[in-house]
Design a protein around this ligand. Sequence first.
Ligand code: PBG
Length: 324
Amino acid sequence: MQFPLYRPRRLRKSENFRRMVRETRLSVDDFVYPLFAVPGKSVKKPIHSMPGNFQMSADYLVQEAKAAKELGIPAVLLFGIPDKKDELATGAFAKDGVVQRAVREIKSRVPDILVITDVCLCEYTSHGHCGMLEKGSVDNDSTLEVLAETAVSHAKAGADMVAPSAMMDGQVGAIREGLDEAGFDDLPIMAYSAKYASCFYGPFREAAESTPQFGDRKAYQMDPANGDEAIREITLDVEEGADIIMVKPALAYLDVIRRAREEFDLPIAAYNVSGEFAMVKAAAQMGWLDGERAMMECLTSIRRAGADIIITYFAPEAAKVLAR
Ligand code: PBG
């Protein structure tokens, strides 16, 4: 395969050739669209660092889910921002909590879209950490019960899948056990398995009002420098019963996605997080990048790395590009 016998440019000559030999195809089937639920009615509040995204009350969420469904997007991922937060995150598992209501509303009005719920406590705790505090630090094992109870409350409201993101050790096992005991043995878990302590969650924390009130999340989320540890984290989640494993963020961790692809045969999700979205949007607004091409190139790279599922705020926009 040496020049001049092999000339790679021969198959790049025209779009038809390029189409024929293209290795990676992006499809709307791969997308999950994250949405932010707030209490009340007729609320649609823009999230400034995430242009085109909003905090929405259930009525607007239904509209948004309907629009997503019409674009062919198979699933939404719900986050909740409650009116009141407390030390014990009681809003997370309340029967009439913000996410539980939103799930019921969406599932009754748009039954044919999958509703996945994020299972974490940071949006519900007054201190903004992802678990129960004990002597100023996040206590692992007492948090597990609360996460399991939260997941069960989502299942009871009609969620199609739960996605634990708190990065507590043993959370997938605890949730699996809780769901099974409550009779939800057929409800799948999408585990945020390799979730890094990343600055790229910045815009999300504005959206979810979940910035920790002291300290950071480095004692439970992963060190960005570690790749082998991601394999250990994913292995644990697989052993605890995860149905889908996740790497998060996506773009700064494409190597981790690739390694996960090579080591595991479960479906892999990658979370193209808020900061990754915001970077593209900001550069496009400045006129420094072609926003649409940057979006498609980023999403394609996540698929090329080996992800099956892409959780992305670009979902509706990218779906429109793919449809034309
Ligand atoms: C935790 C959670 C976070 C995100 C998803 N689930 C934030 C965090 O860990 O601080 C970030 C998603 C994004 O940035 O788009 N509940």
